[in-house]
Design a protein around this ligand. Structure first.
Ligand SMILES: Cc1ncc(COP(=O)(O)O)c(C=O)c1O
Length: 405
């Protein structure tokens, strides 16, 4: 079976979170991300032009390989034509920022409807949103800026692919490439915003910057509401293996499921590149940690050396385990999904979409880890395929490369 041997040989480091809190969603976390924030985002985003739920696939052959009862794979590759789940967060975070900025400027309470109707178009065109990105979040903000009519500046680091840069420019954003890594681009965006009166719309939260990232997380909840609807009548997930960059995705999914299922929530396992292990480092230290990303990972969207402090507050208490995965495993996982093994659907999964699947397969094959996580033939797994071919040229090169061995 194509790619099987390599997948079976996957190895990861693991860490069990000793600080996981059991019981219902803690009251204190409600101010970080509450049910109303998520409901408001869902109501709004479902009204956007071309909104359609993404597919939830059942991967039966992969479930057999992993020795679990089922794997549900949410394919975000078709989200709003932007190729990733990030489409939901950045654009919504931007809308919340615009709402607050227009309300401040006009002295009136501006609604989402007012913004969508174009009532404030001239004021809107004076606002500049800015963000740093390794591709997907910036594309979402650029798309939102085009939809709502404000200006957009994007900072990317030296290793962001040309294809991803072009995609953001095609949406009208002005893109600046800096020397240095993702964390340097975050700092530069914040500094330039301060000097120029621009507004930061970041998916990561740091000291003094916590409001917009919460709304970005709320935007991601659309995806989870769809999953719950799509799983109606099926057993609830017992485990979710999630890609980790700054921790935004994992914290949003964790919050959603914790609020829905309370003490009976699924286990949350975060899987990040071994070249950018800021989440596992934070889990080990018991507080947000920085790591130096000295070598870029193929998983471009996960190449983050600093956790989002807001997301860490949730994951520090809510995640059950943390793992890292090596770059060398990623192409085989992509090829495995592209091949549609034994009747499973053929899925285009980008470089940053497969770490969760890798983590699951590795955990399932490691007896102590599987037993600690309660992973067995009765387990129902949820994976989020967080992106499709967000850089189609790069995607094809990786697939061709691994096929040629
Ligand atoms: C495709 C993809 N998956 C997962 C992630 C991880 O999300 P987060 O940085 O919120 O942890 C990203 C982040 O950019 C991404 O682009």
């Amino acid at each position: 079976m194509s790619g099987f041997d390599n997948i079976a040989s996957i190895s990861v480091k693991k860490f069990h979170n000793n600080q996981t809190v059991s019981g219902p969603y803690p009251e204190a976390l409600n101010s970080i991300l509450g049910a109303e924030d998520m409901a408001e985002a869902q109501d709004e985003i479902r009204q956007w032009k071309d909104y359609e739920p993404t597919a939830l696939y059942s991967l039966k052959a992969a479930a057999d390989i992993a020795g679990v009862a089922s794997i549900s794979y949410k394919d975000e590759g078709t989200r709003f034509g932007l190729g990733s789940f990030k489409a939901l967060g950045g654009a919504y975070g931007l809308l919340k920022l615009l709402q607050s900025e227009l309300s401040r400027k006009t002295g009136q309470s501006v609604s989402f409807e007012d913004i969508r109707s174009g009532q404030y178009d001239s004021l809107m065109s004076e606002i500049t949103a800015v963000t740093a990105t390794d591709g997907n979040h910036g594309r979402s903000v650029a798309w939102g800026a085009k939809m709502f009519g404000c200006k957009c500046r994007i900072y990317i680091h030296s290793d962001v692919s040309q294809g991803r840069q072009r995609a953001m420019e095609a949406l009208g954003a002005k893109v600046t490439r800096i020397a240095g890594n993702y964390d340097a681009s975050v700092q530069r965006a914040a500094t330039d915003a301060g000097e120029n009166g621009w507004h930061v719309v970041s998916d990561t939260s740091y000291e003094g910057y916590k409001i917009i990232p919460k709304y970005v997380l709320a935007g991601y909840s659309v995806m989870m509401a769809e999953v719950i609807f799509q799983l109606k009548g099926a057993p609830k997930p017992t485990h979710v293996f999630l890609q980790g960059g700054v921790g935004g995705l994992a914290s949003a999914v964790c919050t959603f499921l914790w609020q829905k299922y309370g003490a009976d929530r699924p286990k949350i396992i975060v899987v990040e590149p071994d070249r950018a292990p800021c989440l596992i480092a934070s889990a080990v230290a018991g507080k947000p940690m920085k790591v130096d990303v000295t070598e870029e990972t193929i998983m471009a969207g996960l190449s983050c050396g600093e956790v989002s402090i807001l997301s860490w507050e949730i994951l520090g208490q809510g995640a059950d385990g943390f793992m890292t995965i090596a770059d060398s495993k990623v192409p085989n996982l992509m090829l495995y999904l592209a091949g549609g093994q034994q009747g499973d659907p053929k899925i285009v999964a980008g470089e940053s979409a497969v770490a969760g699947l890798g983590g699951l397969l590795a955990a399932a094959r490691n007896k102590p880890v599987a037993s600690a996580l309660g992973l067995n033939a009765d387990s129902h797994i949820l994976l989020i395929g967080t992106e499709g071919a967000t850089d189609p040229e790069l995607y094809q090169q990786i697939i061709d490369g691994v096929k040629q061995g």
